[in-house]
Design a protein around this ligand. Structure first.
Ligand code: ATP
Length: 461
């Protein structure tokens, strides 16, 4: 195997110094240049690890070249070569990020020691970044994809994740895994080191959404924080902004978002100066956005912009092969969460799980397994632990008192039954309201935030 050698550019107008570097630094791959301009030209094709740069060059000086190169290639280290009297310039170079400097006349031992230190720091930096990458990827949420249907979706997701600027819209019923897919897009994209910032457009009152997204200047409105606030767009800079339930965004916020998507620019509330951010936007909805566009509730131009790439997540009903592997995976998760030690499900419980029609999709399945892990007795989950007896939770059927278990001398657990009834009505209201949580809350005569809180209890996120 060829021996690995660090690559060093030496930029000095004195031929003697260039020759000395080539002759003495044989353990490195050395290329020499008589001017900063020549080095800049070579950088278009080459990838040096370090540049040994003379400060007093004819034409562009060494510090200017350092600033230009560092802005684009911050990973390249610089050691500056300077004459004694040049202290001011050395200070400027160090402030601009030079790693070290050596003074003319060059002493090869001093130069070699400085190079060794610099290159050791490159090695450590590379090692650290490899470790960080591995750690990021190891902490990726686990996505179960057993069925061909969802495997095809995930293959497509892996492909679209690679183009960092293309907006992606994820469509699918509630609880199908849209948020998980948004995080898969982020972590498989080139900007995975940036933040993944999630905004639930339905949970933020429409009058606050704009200032949450774009931030505000000090004193922008009464009640604003004195120091102003950074927007979620800014926090997601260099990463991904996930707009969940995007169909619930007000028309005024839609207009601002469209401008941002078109130009990458935005105004903080109360600002006169424009700000910029580079962000991949992923959005999701379980509403029929095309119908909303026809009815004027969602801007057509924004819809086309956001849905440049569409990912459709099938309901659990359409991929029954995923039910059992998911149930087993969730049981492992719950074993850890609640320090239980279930080894699996009885055959009857497995059949119950397979036969159920999951209106709340994966979230409902996960909730059932969680409840079973809490209420069941080791070593295995039984069908009766799945919380389906007595009340038929499936939608389309009545969830009224007729389905409640009779009260006899064995007694009942009232709190459990009330909980089931509540869960059943919440699901029914969601279905009637076409998954619009605000409408579902209205149907149940409770406010939106109470609805969200109670929904989470039955359909944990
Ligand atoms: N394929 C999967 N593997 C493992 N867990 C999953 C999978 N799909 C969904 N989940 C889990 O199911 C729950 C619901 O998923 P998620 O929140 O991503 O759904 P959603 O489609 O965004 O729902 P909503 O439309 O209500 O916002 C989460 O706890 C998620 O971790």
């Amino acid at each position: 195997m060829a021996e690995f050698k660090y690559r060093i550019f030496v930029v000095d107008d004195e031929e003697f110094i260039r020759d000395a570097a080539r002759l003495n630094l044989t353990e490195y791959e050395v290329e020499t240049f008589a001017s900063a301009e020549e080095a800049l030209q070579a950088l278009k094709k080459a990838q040096p690890d370090l540049i040994l740069m003379d400060i007093g060059l004819p034409g562009m000086d060494g510090v200017e070249a350092l600033e230009i190169i560092s802005a684009k290639r911050p990973e390249i280290l610089f050691i500056m070569i300077t004459a004694f009297e040049d202290v001011q310039t050395v200070v400027r170079a160090m402030k601009s990020g030079a790693y070290d400097y050596v003074v003319k006349p060059l002493h090869m031992d001093t130069l070699k020691a400085s190079l060794k230190n610099a290159l050791e720091s490159i090695r450590l930096r590379k090692e650290l970044s490899l470790l960080q990458e591995q750690c990021l990827r190891d902490n990726l949420p686990f996505f179960i994809a057993q069925s061909n249907t969802i495997q095809n979706v995930m293959e497509f997701v892996g492909q679209v994740a690679k183009s960092p600027d293309a907006p992606v819209m994820i469509l699918g019923e509630t609880g199908t895994g849209k948020e998980l897919i948004a995080s898969a897009i982020h972590f498989q994209s080139p900007q995975y080191r940036g933040e993944l910032v999630t905004v639930n457009c339905a949970a933020i009152p429409s009058e606050l959404l704009e200032s949450e997204l774009f931030g505000y200047e000090p004193g922008a409105f009464s009640g604003a924080r004195p120091g102003g606030k950074a927007g979620l767009v800014e926090l997601a800079g260099g990463g991904t902004l996930f707009l969940d339930e995007v169909g619930d965004m007000s028309l005024s916020a839609q207009a601002k978002l469209l401008r941002f998507l078109d130009t990458g620019q935005y105004y903080k509330v109360g600002a006169t100066k424009v700000s910029e951010a580079r962000v991949r936007v992923v959005s999701a909805t379980n509403r029929d956005l095309e119908a909303m566009v026809e009815e004027g509730g969602f801007r057509r131009d924004l819809y086309y912009r956001l849905a440049m790439i569409k990912v459709e997540v099938p309901s659990l009903q359409k991929r029954p092969e995923d039910i059992i592997p998911m149930a087993q995976f969730f049981l492992e998760e719950m074993n850890k969460k609640y320090q239980r030690s279930f080894s699996g499900f009885t055959d009857e419980a497995l059949n119950t799980l397979k036969q159920r029609h999951y209106e709340g999709n994966v979230r409902e399945l996960k909730g059932m397994v969680e409840r079973a892990a809490l209420c069941g007795k080791e070593p295995v989950i039984e069908s009766s632990n799945l919380g389906l007896a007595g009340v038929e939770n499936n939608l389309g059927k009545s969830a009224g008192p007729a389905d409640l278990p009779a009260l006899d001398d064995k007694g009942i657990v009232l709190s459990e039954i009330l909980e089931r009834v509540e869960g059943s009505y919440i699901k029914k209201a969601l279905a009637l309201a076409d998954n619009n949580e605000a409408k579902a809350a209205e149907l149940l005569g409770i406010n939106y935030h109470t609805f969200r809180y109670r929904k989470k209890k039955f359909m944990p996120e």
